[in-house]
Ligand binder design. Sequence first.
Ligand SMILES: Nc1ncnc2c1ncn2[C@@H]1O[C@H](COP(=O)(O)OP(=O)(O)OP(=O)(O)O)[C@@H](O)[C@H]1O
Ligand SMILES: [Mg+2]
Length: 306
Amino acid sequence: MSIVEVENVSKKFKSGKKDFFALKDVSFDIKKGEIFGLLGPNGAGKSTLLNILIGILFPDSGNVKIFGKNPLKNNDLFEKMNFVSGETRFHWALKVKDILEFHGRLYGIPKNKRITETKKLAKFFEIEHILENKFSNISTGEKMRLIMAKALLNNPKLLLLDEPTVGLDPDIAIKTRNEIKRINKKLGTTIILTSHYMHEIEQLCDRIAFINKGVIVDIGSVDSVKLRKFASYDLTIKVRSVKNREFLRRKGFLINGNILRKELPADENISETLSMLAEKGMEIIEIESRKPTLEDYFVKMLGDKK
Ligand SMILES: Nc1ncnc2c1ncn2[C@@H]1O[C@H](COP(=O)(O)OP(=O)(O)OP(=O)(O)O)[C@@H](O)[C@H]1O
Ligand SMILES: [Mg+2]
């Protein structure tokens, strides 16, 4: 079942006197339980797309369905969703505990559950010690942790995360990523995520869409999109002594002293190559392989566009 359906969505903004497309004819589906990443350079249209999904912005044309329904005509859908953005702000004078309490009420959580959930989330995101502090007096990272805690209060079935770990200490960022994965696995929460941290996308996302200038230019699993851009990668193997040179050359190895080099097709298994060398009686001392990362993919996608 598709949790999110986006069909030919376009959105124009004004820049000076001119209109431009922040999103142009964007279509994709997200299945239940997926973690879906939106990738793309600054100004690509990622936040605009998330803002349309949560009903902050209206598309100029096209349709959006969430849990099979039009969110603009079914406000109750928003009870099953939540949203995290680095840009979320609360009233400066509100205390952290009041912000959680207020949202707990807003989501209609009964009092007892509200208290236990707030305690649990405050402990998890390490904001227990600042519950009495005003929003204006807490640090950027603490704000982000509060926003994450707030977003999980209503146990959302669909969670939209716009750069959820920006500004967090590495240890809290790791915890947050683990938590994102945990709620996805344990509760089956469907998640849409934007991030400029490629390792985060690579670690978390089942599929990604690459957006550039409002257009989706690539979509698929992290492995499949990389494979489309990088057909091969370099493998370097140091052996104790080279045997069967002719055989190695036939297999495509370049030999330099006791170092063997080969360009492996991206979908070929290293272990087969290694066992083949072992069968020929070569002792492997060191292996180095440079598989393309999502960062390489990102740079190549932008390079290709230019
Ligand atoms: N309310 C608005 N009015 C006019 N232009 C806007 C508005 N909101 C966004 N834009 C423009 O639309 C484009 C897309 O912005 P958006 O915030 O969606 O980008 P993004 O992909 O989230 O970028 P980033 O990675 O920097 O967060 C940008 O050129 C931005 O300047
Ligand atoms: Mg953005």
